[in-house]
Design a protein around this ligand. Structure first.
Ligand code: AMP
Length: 533
């Protein structure tokens, strides 16, 4: 049997985000829409609607027009949600910027996206965003969430006529780390986003009576599509427990708000299960949830089902370019399928496994590149037609770069990646980007970056570095130099100064041999043996 599957038919929504949201406000107005624990914010759908309107008026006051771009560079907060909805209402394109970005990455995104306004916090306990922005480049309007700037932004609002918004318009740009060293902006339409969210909601059997506790970042599709958009579509309550991931705050929010669903990348669930105060919390309200974003350890899934009371827990697999979810397990699949596979094709979604070299569809049981086709495929990469045509072939198939296998029953397992990407705690990292960055260090002559297995984070970043003749630098000095210049999660955990690299006869670097050496030297054999879905 060929490794080709098509999910069941479904009635796709032919609506914009604004239309979907209005419907939910009309149906569930007085019910609880949003809880932001760390800001003590609780809003009903009607209150959320009014707050969105005020932000939309503010955006009109800046003189922005349909399809103009506005950026948001922030950890999770109420304002993030308001801007997501207000931008959609105004037909603007929301540009998500990873709050971990530092000057090197931010400069690139400012230039490429040509955003007219940037929304951010001045600083939080860890970071002075205002200063990093000043070092990265100019933007027409920088609007800070702190008073008085935010108040002035709202006060400067003016009436506007809701512009015509088409469901095929781009609503959102989400950056993914690029194979070529720079991030790529993924263009996603209203139709992509509302439908992916709607179908995930169906698989989880989410209704307006559910409460979703989501500790994942809003800048990422796990946050702004699978979490917030899903709530806008279904009327479920969204609970944001903290500005950035905090195991204790997540457990507390589930308990206090009686959450029925919880999300996370594997690393987050590991931190929650291992938290010394885990047993103190009552998690019995939980029913379901999603683990996704990185290979999901089978044992951790079993613990989430048993110890967090998530009898209907699922795994989803996807990527930003696919809006994101491609496959997901169903709440009523047997436990074995739910812990050992990433589920089956979503409705209205085609999936096939191909031989990456020939493009031929493989037989079930054979490992190859996973491709997907349907409403979920992105519009393309922002301003990068070559990269777009490399990712989406002429028949409309998106080539994910993930190696997977399909069973005869149509369930998928992820077996690796055809491109050399590292996933550290759910954050994707392309070695090439860090290598290019390390080459800008004055003492570095040659560098090779690769992933090492890690029980908590899935993988960590390791760099082998050859120094220029006569140059001196310690591994710690190189790590220190990286801090503040690139996002913290990209700073190599391990740096080794070497005289040379293992190579093939044809001169190709053998990263797998460097990895083997490190697994042995650092004693990582146990982490290397963890089994994932
Ligand atoms: P992103 O575009 O940031 O959402 O990252 C997508 C990538 O994360 C995919 O291409 C996969 O390599 C990986 N990924 C996502 N979900 C899973 C999963 N359930 N199991 C294994 N890898 C996953």
């Amino acid at each position: 049997m060929l490794s080709y599957a098509k999910g069941p038919g479904a009635n796709l929504l032919e609506l914009t985000i604004g239309q979907v949201f209005r419907g939910t406000v009309a149906r569930h107005g007085g019910e609880l829409a949003l809880v932001v624990s760390h800001q003590n914010a609780r809003l009903t759908w009607t209150e959320l609607d009014a707050a969105v309107e005020a932000v939309a008026r503010g955006l009109a006051g800046l003189g922005l027009h349909s399809q103009d771009r506005i950026g948001i560079w922030s950890t999770n907060c109420l304002e993030w949600i308001l801007l997501q909805l207000a931008a959609a209402r105004m037909g603007l394109v929301l540009v998500n910027v990873n709050p971990a970005y530092r000057s090197y990455e931010l400069r690139y995104v400012l230039e490429k996206s040509a955003m007219k306004a940037m929304f951010l916090r001045e600083r939080d306990t860890r970071t002075d965003y205002r200063q990093i922005l000043a070092g990265a480049g100019p933007v027409e309007h920088a609007i800070y969430f702190e008073h008085p700037t935010w108040q002035a932004f709202l006060a400067g609002g003016r009436d506007f006529e809701t512009p015509p918004v088409d469901r095929h318009d781009t609503a959102n740009i989400q950056y993914t780390s690029g194979t070529t060293g720079s991030p790529k902006g993924v263009l996603l339409t209203h139709r992509n986003l509302v439908n992916n969210a709607m179908l995930i909601g169906e698989r989880l059997r989410i209704t307006h009576e559910d409460k979703l506790c989501s500790p994942v970042p809003l800048y990422h599709c796990f946050g702004c599509v699978m979490s917030s958009m899903l709530c806008f579509v279904t009327g479920a309550t969204l609970i944001l427990p903290a500005a950035s991931f905090d195991a204790l705050a997540t457990l507390r929010a589930i308990d206090q708000e009686r959450a029925t669903a919880v999300y996370g990348v594997p690393t987050m669930f590991i931190a929650e299960l291992q938290h010394p105060e885990f047993a103190r919390f009552d998690l019995s309200s939980l029913r379901t949830g999603i683990m996704a974003g990185a290979p999901c350890p089978i044992e951790i899934m079993r613990h989430v089902i048993a110890d967090m009371h998530c009898a209907e827990m699922t795994i989803a697999y996807g990527q930003t370019e696919a809006s994101p979810v491609v496959t997901q397990s169903k709440a009523d699949d047997d436990i074995e399928k739910r812990v050992t596979t990433v589920g089956c094709a979503m409705p209205e979604t085609e999936v096939k496994i191909v031989d990456a070299a020939t493009g031929a569809t493989l037989q079930t049981g054979e490992i190859g590149e996973l491709c997907t086709r349907g409403y979920l495929v992105m519009k393309g990469y922002d301003g990068n037609p070559e990269a777009t045509s490399e990712a989406i072939d002429k028949d409309g198939w998106l080539h994910t770069g993930d190696l997977a296998v399909m069973t005869e029953e149509g369930y998928f397992g992820i077996r690796g990646r055809s491109r050399d990407m590292i996933i550290r705690g759910g954050e994707n990292i392309y070695p090439r980007e860090i290598e290019e960055f390390l080459y800008t260090h004055p003492a570095v002559s040659d560098v090779s970056v690769f992933g090492l297995p890690d029980e908590r984070l899935g993988e960590t970043v390791c760099a082998w570095v050859r120094l220029k003749p006569g140059a001196e630098a310690t591994p710690e000095a190189i790590r220190e130099w990286c801090r503040g210049r690139i996002a913290h999660y990209k700073v190599p955990q391990h740096v080794r100064i070497v005289d040379g690299f293992p190579m093939t006869v044809s001169g190709k670097l053998q990263k797998f041999r460097m990895r083997e050496t490190e697994v042995e030297t650092l004693g990582l054999e146990r982490a290397a043996r963890v089994r994932t879905a």
